[in-house]
Design a protein around this ligand. Structure first.
Ligand code: ASP
Length: 296
């Protein structure tokens, strides 16, 4: 029987990770990512769908508290968290997102609910929380959140390098490409501010036979470059490989003055994980034998 390629890539955000090199934060994150990438790979190997694998990845990354998404999110300038997430299926181009939610435990599940059970793509604020609650998704109060950046000391220096997000992209053995992204946003962001993570085409994009992309960094720049969509377009229309396409888009973000990173996988399972910060929490594994887990 012919073996079709498959693979999965995850990130836990790009930023000034070098500042953590004297702490155990990076080794803790690497241990977590190492276990996660192997369990996601096993799911794909056993025939799981890319959509379920990126969802499984995002839930684990949201719940672990190590990254600035879900449980690990830091509050806005107003003192409460506002979370954004999105998910996209490359075979149907169906997509769902939520922005500025405050109660749903796993924003990625709320985004998936928007995609699968409504006619909409993006729901925001209290109405998005209500939709998730009505769908029976788990809710949490402020005591659930254990902001990872505050505990790591980054809270004292809120600036553009204080970012973090989680994301996952996958190619399954049926050739389906999917992407998911979830974030607490930039550290100490203004309440009501929404970045690229829930914007389809900016922080997240997937198209079968082309690529799936999830971004992290200062979202305003990724929105202005339509970053995730642009990577897919370069692969589709210019025939660039995934390394060249993602590298080019990161260079354009750099030229605008932005910073961050992205993960991308193509329809043959080749992946790229470029970043312009001192580090990006990342892990990848594919069926042609490539496996990487790294932070710096
Ligand atoms: N891109 C996210 C945002 O701008 C933050 C991040 O990835 O660090 O909200």
């Amino acid at each position: 029987m012919q073996q079709f390629p498959f693979g999965v890539v995850v990130h836990g955000g790009a930023g000034d990770l070098a500042r953590y090199s004297t702490t155990n934060r990076l080794s803790e994150a690497e241990a977590f990512l190492s276990q996660l990438i192997d369990s996601l790979y096993t799911s794909l190997d056993q025939g799981a769908a890319a959509l379920d694998v990126v969802t499984q990845a995002a839930i684990a990354l949201e719940d672990c508290g190590l990254f600035h998404a879900g449980k690990g999110s830091s509050p806005t300038s107003a003192g409460y968290v506002e979370l954004d997430a999105s998910i996209m299926e490359g075979n149907t181009l169906c997509a769902g997102s939520v922005a500025a939610v405050r109660e749903v435990r796993n924003p990625i599940l709320a985004a998936r609910h928007v995609m699968e059970s409504t006619n909409h793509v993006l729901m925001v604020g209290a109405e998005a929380d209500a939709l998730a609650r009505d769908a029976g998704l788990a809710t949490v109060d402020a005591s659930w959140f254990t902001p990872c950046d505050i505990s790591a000391g980054a809270w004292q220096v809120p600036d553009s390098s204080s970012t973090g997000t989680i994301g996952a992209v996958a190619l399954d053995a049926q050739g389906n490409l999917c992407a998911a992204t979830s974030t607490g946003g930039t550290l100490y962001k203004r309440a009501g501010r929404v970045g690229d993570s829930p914007i389809i085409g900016a922080g997240t994009y997937a198209r079968n036979t082309v690529a799936a992309v999830s971004c992290t960094g200062v979202g305003e720049y990724f929105i202005r470059e339509a970053a995730a969509y642009q990577v897919c377009s370069r692969v589709q229309l210019l025939g660039e490989n995934i390394l060249a396409a993602s590298g080019y888009v990161m260079s354009q973000i750099d030229k605008l003055g932005g910073s961050g990173g992205m993960i991308a996988i193509d329809s043959r399972g080749a992946f790229a994980m470029p970043y312009s910060t001192t580090g990006m929490y990342r892990a990848a594994r594919n069926s042609v034998g490539n496996r990487i887990v790294a932070c710096l």
